[in-house]
Every structure is written in C-alpha cells, then in structure tokens.
Design a protein around this ligand. Structure first.
Ligand code: C5P
Length: 272
C-alpha cells in the first residue's frame, strides 16, 4: 500500500475474450469457462485516511453511480477495515460487461492488501485482483494465470444501454454448453490468439441481444471495421470488442467507428 495520497490506484476494464457457460449450480449461479484480459484503460481511485468514510465520484460516467454503502467501492473499503475519503474517477461505463464496479472493488482490496474478501463482494471481483490474463472457471472463483498475451489491441464499443447481469443469465436458454479446450496454448503473436479465440464463444451474447437488440448493431459495426477480428461481446454486455493486430489499426478503427456512431462509447486500448 502506498501512503502517497496523490498517486491514483488503477482499476482497468476487464474483457472476457470468451465466456462459455457450462452449467448452473443449485443456488442459481452459473458455471463459467472464460479467458479474461485487462485493458490499459479504466477507472482511477484516490484514498485519503478520514474519520468518516466518504465517496466522491468524478469522471465522464459519474452520473448515476451511488456514493453510499451500496457502492462496491464503499463495501470493499469497509471489508478492508479502512475509513477513507475516496475519490473514484469513473471512466468506464457501468452495467456494461467490462467489470467497472468489480475492478473498482478489487483495486480497493489490492490497495489495502485484503484480497481474501474479494469473492464475498461479487463473482467477478477475484479475477480483477490481478490485472493479467487469466482463465476463470467455477462461478468466477477458480483462477489460473495464463502466459502473458502477445501485443494485442482492441476497440471497445458500447451503445449506451445498461444490462442487468441476472436478466441476461435468465434469458440464456441452454445452460449446459461445451467448455473451452482443456489446454490453452501460449500465444506468440496476436494472430495466434485471434485464431484460437475464433473457436470460442460468448454464450451470453445471444440472450443479451434478446434483451437489447442494439448489441447486434454493435457487433455488425465492429465486424465491418478494417482489420477487426474475433468480434464479440464482453461479459453480460452490452460492451462489445474487436481485436486488432496493430495499434494503428485499432486507433484507425476506433476513429472511423466514432465518426459513424457519435452516440456510442468507443475506446481503443491495449490488452494484457
Ligand atoms: O456475484 P455478482 O453479484 O457480481 O453476480 C451478479 C448476478 O449475476 C448474480 O446474482 C447471478 O444472478 C449472476 N451470476 C451468475 N453466475 C455467475 C456470476 C453471476 O448467475 N457465475
């Protein structure tokens, strides 16, 4: 933990490069098999010791984010036993399938060195503790670090709809789907990663499109971008992504898409 209160703690966007739903437990939670990567773009948090816990939210997606104990950041700080004045710069859209709240909570636990309470805050919080590529299984609690990804770029696109994760899981008709291959190879090039990902899926994409048909437009728009590969949705949506072999291609793709769809949130980023 750094005691320098001016240094922000980074909470990167979480991207499910693929997400297979392989079953459902008796308690309703779904069994997953997912490759998770992290972007070099995300939220930022500042901490300052305080007699009273406070949470201030700034940034382009501050609107609608609770500033009380219903916020995962607040709850994570309480779990960590830390009374703090917290500032959260919300750069990521929320309810968007890229782990905003989970990554923020994980950043709090990382900062206060209390990783053991991660799972109690949400199924996606444990994977966000480490900002590196992982295979996530179980309900999100079985994690295996993957070899570092090769240089890989993405364009993220969100049409501005909020999706409720439980609603999307409920809309999934077939709960028993095939897992990923048991061995995930070490990818040397972006092309290797893309070729392997082409055999995988996000099983929540079709139910999410049923809940928010605009997601299909996002998939089609990303697919039409020059140099775009492995286009699909992240998490339970509505953010979708395309992968690119070069940073220039991702930047150009994001620029073109932003001109065509000025109302969508569009961001190019590196993944690791
Ligand atoms: O754990 P968390 O509160 O983030 O999950 C939100 C909801 O998403 C759960 O209440 C559950 O409906 C659904 N979920 C699931 N299976 C998972 C993760 C989440 O059904 N593995």
């Amino acid at each position: 933990m750094t005691s320098d209160t001016t240094v922000p703690v980074f909470a990167p966007a979480k991207i499910n490069l693929c997400l297979h739903v392989t079953g459902q437990r008796a308690d309703g939670y779904h069994l997953l098999d997912s490759v998770v990567a992290f972007a070099d773009f995300g939220d930022r948090l500042w901490f300052e010791p305080s007699d009273n816990m406070t949470l201030s939210i700034t940034g382009p997606f501050a609107q609608g984010v609770p500033t009380n104990d219903t916020n995962l950041v607040w709850r994570a700080a309480v779990h960590a036993g830390a009374s703090q004045a917290i500032t959260l710069e919300k750069n990521l859209p929320h309810g968007a399938g890229i782990g905003g709240g989970s990554s923020d909570a994980a950043a709090v636990l990382r900062h206060f060195e209390r990783p053991e309470v991660a799972a109690s805050l949400g199924a996606d919080v444990p994977v966000c503790l480490q900002s590196c590529a992982q295979r996530m299984q179980g309900i999100g609690d079985e994690l295996a670090q993957l070899p570092s990804l090769p240089p890989l770029w993405a364009v993220l696109a969100n049409p501005g709809v909020h999706l409720s994760t439980p609603q999307v899981f409920t809309a999934l008709n077939q709960k028993q789907n095939s897992a990923m291959p048991s061995e995930i190879p070490a990818f040397v090039t972006a092309r290797d990663a893309i070729t392997w990902l082409d055999q995988t899926r996000n099983d929540l994409q079709i139910p999410a499109i049923r809940c928010a048909p605009v997601i299909e437009n996002v998939i089609n728009a990303l697919t039409a971008v020059a140099g775009a590969h492995a286009v699909r949705m992240s998490g339970s949506g509505a953010t979708c992504f395309a992968l690119f072999e070069t940073q220039d291609a991702a930047r150009a793709g994001a620029k073109t898409l932003a001109q065509e769809y000025p109302d969508w949130w569009i961001k190019d980023c590196a993944l690791s």
